[in-house]
Each structure stands twice: as structure tokens, then as C-alpha cells.
Design a protein around this ligand. Structure first.
Ligand code: SF4
Length: 350
């Protein structure tokens, strides 16, 4: 088997100035004020090491996550982009990046730097009036930089699922190009079905006003493509290649699988500093166990197989850690996406 593509999620810092109730990393989160520089920033030598341990891969994706990664400051990112550029030139490989942020620190200089370095901007924003990630200030920032932002992603929970159409309208009004959703991983199956029905309501709105709805709702297009058996999905996190080549690197160099609850020993894969190459992780006993779990879960998915492809990882991996056994499908999330896919399947996906 030959792997060409490697995805690193670099947890730039564990610090954040917000405190969202559903935060997937809340157990590891530390808190600083908005203009403070966190004390646990990933050192630039770590970025160098990550590339050095990836020799042989033709494509390296680097995703900046946190905490709030932009708290690292502009100088940290400038230097990181320089390293990435130099590694790409040195090896003639493709290096791309994206950042997941709450967006509250974004300004002209940041936007220019991300543009110059081809770094996609993903903003997590939950809709006006919904928690700290649904603030008016964040909305104004989103409106100002709508054309430069790649995608806005609300977390849909019990609190805001009834307002998903309003959230879409707000983003459409702001001129945002793309919207997708994450569904609260701690929700029950009943709640997940509610999220699925709310999402279908948004589908109906998009279809009733096609000229007005300019923001591309990725889940709508993915579900339609899946039902029709055509097109390309925006996300394929369920593929085995991603399972084996997608690692989170903590600021201290620890390699883990997935973001939440990473104090669980089963998901710790060692330190980037102590391995010879990232493929050493791939052949470890833990990865063998994980691949076994993956196969078992896939075999239990049964009629949800197509639905599973839509879940952005929820059908099996990452975000079900400690919610359901690793060798079982994440049925609650599948139930949500089943409602979404059925919207098109039940009418012949016209
Ligand atoms: S903004 Fe993100 S990192 Fe910060 S508390 Fe909220 S979910 Fe967690």
C-alpha cells in the first residue's frame, strides 16, 4: 500500500479566550485573555520536525487548530508559513493549509497573510444570539471578510437547531460563500433526528428561493450528490487513507488521533520527536487495533452505508471517542444523516 497524502492537525495552543459548553477539547483547554500570548505555543522546531518525519509524502495538508490558534499571533504564523514554503520548494511537494478559528481576532493583516500563503479560513460561528460563538462582533467580522472566508461552520445543538434557517439567512445576507454544519456530538439519537429534520427545513428554504440563496450549503450538495450517485463530496473523512494518515500533533509534539478526550491512552501514538518517520505510527499495535475497529464498525453499518459516507467522520471515527465503543458505528450521528439523505432518496433525488 502506498500513501501519498498526509494530514497533520497542528494544535497550535490549548488556550482560548472563549468557553463554549460543547467544546471538544474543553478538558485540555486553558484560558487566557484575548490579547495574551499563550505560554504553550507549538515551537517552530515542531513544524520543522513534522515535515522532516513526513519525507516521501507528495502532499502534506496542515490544519491549524486549538484552542484558538490565532492567539499564537502573526509572527508565529509568518514564520510557520516560511517553513512550509521552504519545505515545499526543497522537496517539490504540495503543501496546503487551513485554519479553524472562532474568527474574533481576524483583521486586514491576518486576512492578507492567509491569502498570500494560500491558507483557507474556516470560521466556527453558531448564529446570532447563540452563545459566545454567536456574537454580533463575530458576525460583523464575518460580514467584513465574507469573500475571503472559505467556509462558516455552525455547531448545531439543541440550543440552535430550530434556528438553522435563520443562521443560513444571516450568513447569506453577510455574503458568505459556503456554509456547512457540525452536529453536537453529545446529542442523543432523538436530538440528532431533530437536527436532521431541521436541516431538511433549510433544504426546503434553499429550493424555494434559489435566486436569493447564494451561500452554498455543502451538506445540501453532498446529500444530493450521494443520493444521485454523482458529483464529488466535500468531505471524505471516512476513507481508510484519512484514517491512517490524519494525525493531531499537540504543542509538545505528542501524536494523537482525533481531538476530543485525548487523555485516553488508547489514542496516544507517541511523540513526533521519538519516531523515525510518521509511518512508524502506522505499523504500531495501536493503529492495527484501530484499523480492526474500523473494519468491524463498517461491517455493522449495514443499510446505513451510503449515509455513513455523508457523516464527515461521525459514522465511525474521531468524534465518537468515549461516546460509543470504537468498533461500533456512531448510530446517533448516522440517524441524523439518514434523515438528511432520505430527503433526496424519498423523492428520487431530482
Ligand atoms: S472557541 Fe473553539 S476552542 Fe474556544 S472554547 Fe469555543 S469551541 Fe473551544
Amino acid at each position: 500500500m502506498y500513501y501519498n497524502q498526509l494530514t497533520y492537525l497542528l494544535r497550535v495552543t490549548n488556550s482560548c479566550f472563549l468557553n463554549c459548553s460543547y467544546c471538544m477539547v474543553k478538558d485540555q483547554l486553558t484560558h487566557d485573555r484575548i490579547n495574551d500570548t499563550p505560554s504553550d505555543l507549538a515551537p517552530h522546531s515542531l513544524v520543522e520536525t513534522m515535515f522532516d518525519k513526513a519525507i516521501g509524502f507528495g502532499e502534506v495538508y496542515l490544519t491549524f487548530v486549538g484552542g484558538e490558534p490565532m492567539m499564537a499571533g502573526k509572527e508565529w504564523f509568518r514564520k510557520t508559513f516560511e517553513i512550509m514554503k521552504s519545505k515545499a520548494e526543497q522537496r517539490c511537494i504540495s503543501v496546503s493549509s487551513r485554519i479553524y478559528t472562532n474568527g474574533l481576532l481576524l483583521d486586514d493583516e491576518w486576512v492578507e497573510m492567509f491569502k498570500e500563503n494560500g491558507c483557507q479560513i474556516f470560521i466556527s460561528w453558531d448564529g446570532l444570539g447563540f452563545g459566545k460563538k454567536g456574537s454580533q462582533k463575530a458576525y460583523e467580522i464575518i460580514t467584513r471578510y465574507a469573500k475571503q472566508i472559505t467556509t462558516v461552520t455552525p455547531v448545531i445543538s439543541k440550543a440552535n437547531c430550530h434556528a438553522i434557517k435563520d443562521i443560513y439567512k444571516q450568513l447569506n445576507e453577510a455574503g458568505v460563500k459556503r456554509m456547512t454544519c457540525q452536529y453536537d456530538i453529545y446529542a442523543s439519537t432523538e436530538q440528532m433526528i431533530e437536527f436532521g429534520n431541521a436541516t431538511c427545513e433549510l433544504f426546503r428554504h434553499i429550493e424555494s428561493e434559489p435566486l436569493e440563496c447564494k451561500t452554498r450549503f455543502l451538506i445540501y450538495h453532498d446529500a444530493k450528490a450521494m443520493a444521485l450517485g454523482t458529483g464529488r463530496l466535500s468531505s471524505n473523512e471516512m476513507s481508510a487513507a484519512v484514517l491512517n494518515n490524519d494525525y493531531v500533533i499537540n504543542p509538545d509534539g505528542e501524536i494523537i488521533l482525533g481531538l476530543p478526550q485525548d487523555e485516553d491512552e488508547r489514542f496516544r501514538l507517541g511523540s513526533i520527536y521519538s519516531i523515525g518517520h510518521i509511518n512508524d505510527v502506522l505499523f504500531s499495535a495501536k493503529m492495527k487495533w484501530l484499523n480492526d475497529c474500523y473494519v468491524k464498525a463498517q461491517r455493522l453499518i449495514g443499510n446505513y452505508e451510503r449515509t455513513n459516507m455523508l457523516t464527515r467522520g461521525g459514522g465511525f471515527f474521531f468524534d465518537k471517542k468515549q461516546i460509543q465503543d470504537m468498533d461500533k458505528p456512531f448510530m446517533a450521528k448516522l440517524a441524523c444523516y439518514h434523515v438528511i439523505l432520505s430527503y433526496f432518496l424519498n423523492r428520487g433525488a431530482k
